[in-house]
Design a protein around this ligand. Structure first.
Ligand code: AFD
Ligand code: MN
Ligand code: MN
Length: 395
């Protein structure tokens, strides 16, 4: 069979032991999907709903169940509030929908970029949330996060994930010192509301919506905030949130060495935070990120075993479910290739200053066609050998 010939070629190229180890690690690789990823994504120019994509919370969670059955990933679904509910009845309905779909709540995401219909989080939000100089709005913003901790308790999640849109558009708008001070104070109040085994993910982003300053603009500030806020505060790396050319795998290595990498929001970008399918624009960078994770795992830094792998994308053109299936396929390819790198040979070449040999070791894995390996992993887990083909009904 063609699949076995492809697998046999991999065995010839890389040896059975390395393939078996890679298959074992791939079987443990779990990617969390975003509830908001199952709906039609949009941009600031418009959202082009066809009427066929999930539109309600229940429809999105049902789609998450279909995704899980197709890929084995998405056992947990990241949720976003108030998008996924506001009342106790909403949360109860959400819990029922998750159970019916055979999936569980994952990270609970706050939202400080949408005004509320009632209450103090109104148009003054444009001056900031956790950094706002307006005491009532800043207190309401902290309370929103504390309410999300309550939702963690109700849905059985232990991850509170924060992305802060706070920033300014002009030099005089806000003191950079007050902005930093108010943020640290607000995060401390939120952290105090967490349970002892909860994690707080702090996500950074270079710009947007603020253009002159962003309260958490880079990994350095996110790491500093984690270190000042508490032991269980960790950096969340969104792969679309960096300046062009940033070496993301180096950020990953440094946060892992500091024991402060919480995990990822995977997506890809051409220009900015485009939320495109991870690996669709720059698969080589995705492979290098996973190689850093594999090396970290080998060094006992929990690169694979203690890191959360989430997708954060906006599916504006393709069918959202299909694009999420495509995305986990890209993530699996990147990880599979990273797992096939001969780390001992790589280190030997590095330690003897032989970059040609070192890059040859990496390229031997990068150039490997890992689809036969992935088909075996999927089949062994009673999943469709090719989930995307199965999803489009051609398997
Ligand atoms: C936006 C932000 C950020 C956040 C996501 C979900 O850029 O990535 O994680 O919304 O709240 O994409
Ligand atoms: Mn994100
Ligand atoms: Mn983003």
């Amino acid at each position: 069979m063609a699949a076995d010939r492809g697998y046999d070629l991999l065995v010839d190229q890389l040896g059975p032991a390395r393939l078996d180890a890679a298959a074992a690690a791939l079987a443990k690789f779990c990617v969390e999907v975003p509830s908001w990823g199952f709906g039609r994504g949009g941009t600031r120019f418009g959202t082009y709903r066809t009427g066929k994509e999930p539109a309600t919370v229940a429809e999105r969670i049902a789609a998450a169940g279909r995704f899980h059955a197709l890929t084995g990933h998405g056992a947990t679904v990241a949720l976003h509030f108030p998008w996924d509910g506001t009342t106790d009845a909403d949360i109860d309905a959400l819990a029922a929908a998750l159970a019916k779909a055979g999936v569980k709540a994952g990270a609970i995401n706050t939202n400080w970029f949408s005004m509320r219909e009632t209450g103090p989080i109104d148009a003054r939000l444009r001056f900031g949330s956790l950094t706002s100089p307006l005491d009532d709005l800043r207190a309401a913003s902290v309370q929103h996060a504390v309410d999300c901790v309550g939702i963690c308790r109700k849905l059985g999640s232990n991850v509170l994930s924060l992305w802060l849109p706070d920033g300014t558009n002009s030099p005089g708008q806000m003191s950079l010192f007050d902005q930093a001070e108010r943020l640290e104070e607000s995060l401390g109040l939120i952290y105090d509301a967490l349970d002892d085994d909860d994690l707080l993910f702090i996500e950074y982003k270079l710009f947007e919506p603020g253009f002159y300053s962003t309260a958490i603009a880079d990994w350095g500030r996110a790491l500093q905030l984690c270190q000042t806020t508490g032991r269980r505060a960790k950096v969340l790396v969104d792969t679309g949130h960096h300046a062009h050319g940033t070496n993301i795998e180096q950020i990953v290595a440094l946060c892992l060495r500091a024991k402060r990498l919480g995990g990822f929001h995977f997506n890809d970008r051409k220009y900015a935070d485009d939320d495109l399918a991870a690996g669709s624009i720059d698969p080589a960078q995705l492979f290098r990120i996973f190689l850093a994770l594999v090396e970290a795992e080998r060094r006992g830094l929990g690169g694979l075993s203690k890191t959360a792998f989430l997708i954060d994308q906006s599916h504006c053109i393709k069918d959202p479910l299909l694009e999420l299936v495509e995305t986990v396929g890209n993530l699996e390819v990147a990880l599979a290739r990273a797992l096939l790198v001969d780390l001992a040979a790589l280190k030997a070449a590095q330690d003897t200053c032989d970059p040609t040999a070192a890059d040859a070791v990496i390229n031997a894995a990068w150039l490997a066609d890992v689809r036969p390996l992935l088909k075996r992993v999927h089949t062994a887990r009673n999943l469709p050998a090719d989930p995307l083909a199965a999803a489009v009904g051609k398997a």
